[in-house]
Write a protein that binds this ligand. Structure first.
Ligand code: MIC
Ligand code: SF4
Length: 642
């Protein structure tokens, strides 16, 4: 990775380890971000570390997920987040100010810096030349304490962009094309680094759409160089002073290279229920549509909404379609309000939602039974939209707008000339909804509501484990499958006992009851177990239910780290053993601590079937220590010398 943008940023921040793919490295984190659905846990964990103030250059707490506030829980969480931010030196972006990734890009991102966020789409910051990585809340809490973040040194993939996008084709189609080629596992262990002459043709918000959805490839991060476009973007935000050029050096060493000729791309769409299920829109034109949602951290920049407004101006949303629009930030909302685009959208029949995640995380706008919803978002896992029988399609804002008008999927190129949209050289800057922390926070009282319960913990890892298989799940199980979100469950994010009743509830409504009856157990999964969101609740809540181990063919990066952080043993098993395991099987493991300590296989006896097999702990040396201790909090407390 020598000489790559990724390699340069990593080298500059390296605290320990060697920059060779696959090696465990630790890097210094300059900035952190949290959002409200993962943030309460992150700050409760930060509080448990007993420090007086965060030890980063900048930490920001955003409220963008649970903004429906359908009962007291979320409002209590938000009040807690505001007070805890002031107490510990964290900037607080108030509800209504926008989606964390977009606001961070606009107001705080700095090329060449590292950013760790408790949300899987944190790599959005790569659009501005940051090395931005998603992680569990606990890892972010530790980074806020000034301790380095540990990760596996990635392979760096050069994505060579040539040519320029044709009319009606947009940045979303670039990342959909990558998903089509590489699948949701294709980026695991890698940083996708963009380069080549096509880069200069893309503005920062377009680049951010691409880096954002690199999360769906399973990539550790995605990054663009910092060039004149980056400078222009920062200048438009009144932040030109933080700009610096950052480019791959001549002869930079990449582990893999692939090429995309932008001029050959056409409008694409991901079919239900996986973001890599990508086909040309033209191939399914005519599919009737019930709902269109435009917004999310992927596609709700001023550029995106201005295009949608240009398409809808003077037209009407089809009577069958409900069109919602959620601007990515208050800045964008205010600008479209002032320039008249909002009026065009309202008069076309768009339903304007606040600047927040909204329908992307199932906070309202569940589609009709068996419905078809077309969204400019990044995830279309079954049930995530709130209606299990509905199908979510993912596409560019252009394709979404065209579908809203036609009431069916259409190739937007059939709409005629691509509307020219001029973007202003300076954006409306008003940070009054971002509250800076007071210089000294000691006197600030931290306000907690009854929904905020302490973070549960477990004792050290047992040497002998006897458990039953609670569930045998398939490949690509998402953290939405493990710990669903949505308007009903999300408000319980600060209350682990309450939220754990919903673990696996969409896949298997009896899961929690079984876990109670059987005194915990094990989960069995296929490939890429735990893909998707960074929510550590997908580890914390199972841990609370007594899940001691997950046996899977392979694990997704963030979820594997979250399992370890909360003391659940990730064990890799073979295809044959995976196929043999059945729900209810009793598994006995002896000498587990020894095996973890030596990095050797654990012998598992399947008592029910009278068979034995071995399972390999998926742990680095450091993680072995953590799991032996029963989780990361004790481990870190020791390191901070308290
Ligand atoms: C998501 O898009 O799934 C979320 C909600 O933003 C998550 C975080 C969470 O579960 O709180 C993510 O992507 O990490
Ligand atoms: Fe919010 Fe959706 Fe982005 Fe997650 S993917 S941060 S829920 S907008």
């Amino acid at each position: 990775m020598k000489g790559t943008v990724t390699g340069q940023i990593l080298a500059h921040h390296l605290v320990s380890g060697e920059l060779r793919p696959g090696e465990e490295i630790a890097i210094q984190i300059d900035q952190t971000l949290t959002q409200d659905a993962t943030g309460t846990m992150a700050y409760l964990q930060f509080e448990a570390l007993g420090l007086d103030r965060v030890r980063t250059e900048l930490s920001v707490s955003y409220v963008d997920h649970n903004t429906l506030q359908s009962s007291f829980e979320s409002a209590d969480d938000h009040r807690y987040l505001q007070s805890v931010a002031a107490r510990y030196g964290v900037y607080f972006s108030r509800p209504g100010n926008g989606i964390c990734h977009q606001v961070h890009l606009e107001r705080f991102g700095v090329p060449g810096k590292t950013l760790l966020g408790s949300d899987s789409h944190t790599p959005t910051g790569g659009g501005i030349g940051m090395l931005a990585i998603g992680a569990g809340g606990l890892d972010v809490a530790v980074a806020m304490a000034g301790l380095p973040f540990t990760l596996t040194a990635p392979r760096v993939v050069r994505v060579e962009l040539t040519g320029a996008l044709s009319p009606w084709v947009s940045a979303k189609d670039v990342i959909l094309e990558l998903l089509r080629r590489l699948t949701v596992k294709g980026g695991v262990g890698k940083v996708m680094e963009y380069g080549g002459p096509g880069v200069a043709t893309l503005s920062v918000p377009e680049r951010a759409t691409i880096t954002n959805m690199g999360a769906e490839l399973g990539a550790t991060s995605s990054v663009f160089p910092s060039d004149e476009q980056t400078g222009a973007f920062l200048a438009s935000q009144g932040r030109q002073e933080v700009w610096r050029a950052l480019a791959a050096e001549p002869g930079a060493e990449y582990d893999e290279t692939l090429e995309i000729d932008l001029s050959t791309l056409e409008p694409l769409i991901a079919l239900p229920h996986s973001p890599d299920n990508v086909v040309p829109v033209a191939s399914i034109a005519g599919q009737a549509v019930d709902q269109v949602c435009i917004g999310s951290c992927t596609n709700s920049s001023l550029r995106d909404l201005m295009r949608v407004a240009a398409l809808l101006r003077g037209r009407q949303v089809h009577p069958r379609v409900s069109l919602t629009l959620s601007p990515g930030s208050r800045q964008v909302l205010e600008m479209i309000a002032r320039n008249g685009a909002l009026a065009a959208l309202v008069s076309a029949g768009a339903r304007i939602l606040e600047s927040a995640c909204g329908p992307c995380i199932g906070m309202g706008q569940a589609p009709v039974t068996d419905g078809v919803t077309v969204r400019s978002f990044n995830r279309n896992f079954r049930g995530r939209c709130g209606t299990p029988s509905a199908g979510t399609y993912l596409a560019s804002p252009e394709v979404c707008a065209a579908a809203a008008i036609a009431g069916e999927l259409v190739d937007p190129r059939s709409l005629g000339a691509y509307p020219e949209v001029a973007l202003p050289a300076t954006f409306q800057v008003d940070d009054s909804m971002i509250l800076p922390p007071p210089e000294h926070g000691k006197e600030v009282e931290i306000l907690r509501g009854p929904n905020i319960r302490p973070v549960p913990s477990r004792g050290p890892l047992e040497d002998e484990i006897t458990i039953r298989v609670l569930l045998v799940a398939g490949d690509n199980i998402t953290t939405d499958d493990i710990m669903p979100a949505g308007a009903k469950i999300l408000p319980l994010r600060s209350n682990i006992p309450a939220i754990s009743e919903y673990v696996f509830s969409c896949l298997d409504p009896d899961f929690a009851r079984r876990a109670h009856d059987w005194g915990g157990g094990a989960v069995v999964g296929g490939e890429n177990y735990g893909q998707g969101s960074s929510r550590e609740h997908a580890a914390l809540a199972p841990m609370h239910l007594g899940v001691r181990a997950v046996l899977a063919r392979s694990f997704a990066r963030i979820h594997q780290a979250n399992l370890v952080n909360f003391g659940i043993l990730p064990l890799q098993i073979t295809e044959t053993d995976y196929r043999s395991l059945q729900m209810g099987n009793e598994l006995q493991m002896r000498g587990v601590r020894e095996a973890v300590r030596n990095g050797s296989a654990v012998h598992v006896q399947n008592v029910t079937q009278g068979a034995t097999f071995s399972a390999t702990p998926v742990l680095s040396a450091r993680q072995s220590q953590i799991i032996l201790a029963g989780g990361v909090l004790n481990h870190v407390k020791k390191r901070l010398g308290q």
